[in-house]
Write a protein that binds this ligand. Structure first.
Ligand code: PAF
Length: 280
């Protein structure tokens, strides 16, 4: 695996590749990331991963400084997964001057849910992803794989690619889960052993909400409130548990039924904020 730190090194490494398949990450890799890399491998003539902890997508009180940097383990895991090129820019390589030119996603999609609780998050994500696409996929384009665990992020990126006519094909990767059902996440490492045992309750709550929604003769937001209260009673601090349309993340309309919907949730357990979703 070739490691490129600068954009010039990356472009040289990819000079003869016509259609890279790209998996952007912030490192601290787990089996979910590695599954995305394996999924990417047959989709291009070079498999490229990036590791970059993107300051722009963290709020001042969030965990940018403490976000785990696990370089050696990440490199070993990517090598074993068959990654050809790792792009690991330092901050000064990707942002040599303050990144004042930013990509602002459509507020109708990006200011709700995660964007409501983490204002500016999707501006930071869209800006870095646009820049990473320019570096890794360039003018000739390629494929990029994003996990469905970050459901809204995947939708924002798809929308950006469509609206800017970027020559990038976005492929969704299914959420990897631990045997008990907990969605794999870099932030699971923050959980104490007791919290780790409890953490699966978020995915269970979303499944239960989806079941209740499907079974109700006329489902209503009261079901969402009940799901939040149930999680709260177990010691969580939920930001949202909600049912939305998969197509635009708006509240379901009459006629939206099974196959059209997704239950999305974000909640804090102790000091760790987890997100998950369940399509139904
Ligand atoms: O999902 C992530 O890990 C990040 O948001 C991404 C897409 C790598 C951008 O920093």
């Amino acid at each position: 695996m070739l490691i490129a730190h600068t954009i010039a090194e990356l472009r040289e490494a990819l000079a003869s590749r016509r259609h890279p398949a790209f998996v952007p990450t912030m490192g601290n890799l787990h089996e979910g990331h590695i599954a995305l890399v394996r999924q990417a491998r047959p989709l291009g003539d070079a498999t490229v991963a990036s590791i970059f902890v993107n300051r722009l997508q963290f709020l001042p009180h969030e965990d940018f400084d403490s976000y785990p940097r696990t370089w050696e383990g990440d490199c070993a895991a990517l090598r074993a997964a068959g990654c050809d090129v790792l792009f690991a820019p330092r901050e000064a390589d990707l942002y040599p001057e303050p990144q004042t030119f930013k990509v602002h996603p459509d507020p109708a999609l990006a200011d709700m849910l995660e964007g409501h609780f983490r204002p500016g998050f999707f501006v930071g994500v869209s800006t870095v992803v646009m820049k990473l696409f320019a570096c890794v996929l360039g003018a000739s384009g390629g494929t990029a794989v994003f996990g469905k665990k970050d459901y809204q992020q995947l939708m924002v990126i798809r929308h950006m690619v469509r609206q800017f006519a970027l020559p990038v094909q976005i492929v969704a990767g299914e959420t990897s889960r631990a045997p008990d059902g907990l969605a794999l996440s870099s932030r699971n490492g923050y959980l104490s052993p007791e919290e780790r045992q409890e953490a699966v309750a978020l995915s269970q709550a979303l499944r239960a909400l989806a079941q209740a929604w499907s079974a109700a003769p006329s489902p209503s937001p009261a079901l969402e409130a009940q799901a939040m209260q149930a999680l709260q009673a177990r010691g969580w601090q939920p930001d949202y548990l909600t049912v939305r349309r998969r197509s635009d993340l708006m509240a379901p309309a009459a006629g939206d039924g099974p196959g059209d919907l997704v239950a999305l949730g974000a909640a804090r357990l102790g000091s760790t904020r987890l997100i998950d979703n369940h399509e139904f």
